[in-house]
Design a protein. Sequence first.
Length: 256
Amino acid sequence: MSLGNYALKDEIREYWTKRAETFDQSPGQFIKPGAEHDAWAAMLRRHMGDDARQVLELAFGTGEVTAILLGLGCEVTGLDLTEAMLSRARAKHAGKPGLRLFLGDAEDTREANNRYDAVVSRHLVWTLVDPAAAFRDWFRVLKPGGRVVIMDGDYVRLSRIGRLRLALSDWLSARQGATGPAVDRAAHEAIQQQVYFRDGLRPARLRGMLEEAGFTDFRQEKPSGPHAAQRKGAPLRQKLRVGVWNSFVLSCAKPG
Ligand SMILES: C[S@@+](CC[C@H](N)C(=O)[O-])C[C@H]1O[C@@H](n2cnc3c(N)ncnc32)[C@H](O)[C@@H]1O
């Protein structure tokens, strides 16, 4: 690992350490029980396949996707870079069988070869420093036929409509005094400008890199089910933000 990369990972870790305590209050983060939970579960099952049981979850954060995976009957091993996230996720899922959560780096998992049916991540890939190395590692730890499932978005490029929606949402929030948890926007910006996908994470580019790592059998969709459930009953200021960042789910397989 180069010194430059080391410094950037420290920055990333520090940023998420500060956000850990209130992260579940951020819009779109916490997965509501009921319709939203079911929509995430159905989408994950579609992409992982019916038989996926041994799952490696990368960047579990506060453990929201972890809960869905456990609900699907999977045995989950999770790695996250940030100790504060690890503590929260461990507390949230204390005593649940079939779960092992550790500190670790998604770019170098140090897991055994051919061990998992699926490697799953939400909102991780945009922040990878060396995604090509990460994808080679995920290929290595998957069993033949196993699938990578990436749920992410392009957090750099916004359409004009998207910009308008965010501006209107910010305006409504200020008017209603509805401030969310504090976010260090300068730190976020600084990280975004240094990561590999600093120009934005586009599914087509991602797919090309995954193909280079050896993956095939691609499936892609928009997370319309979870988004519809997030909009339902939410105040307008939150509805406006749902789906603004061109979110996608992309999955592919290690040839079996
Ligand atoms: C936006 S949060 C997503 C959390 C969770 N996946 C979710 O969707 O609820 C990003 C998480 O990625 C973790 N992270 C960032 N870079 C990482 C890396 N290289 N390896 C492991 N975790 C990483 C952070 O610690 C943080 O918990």
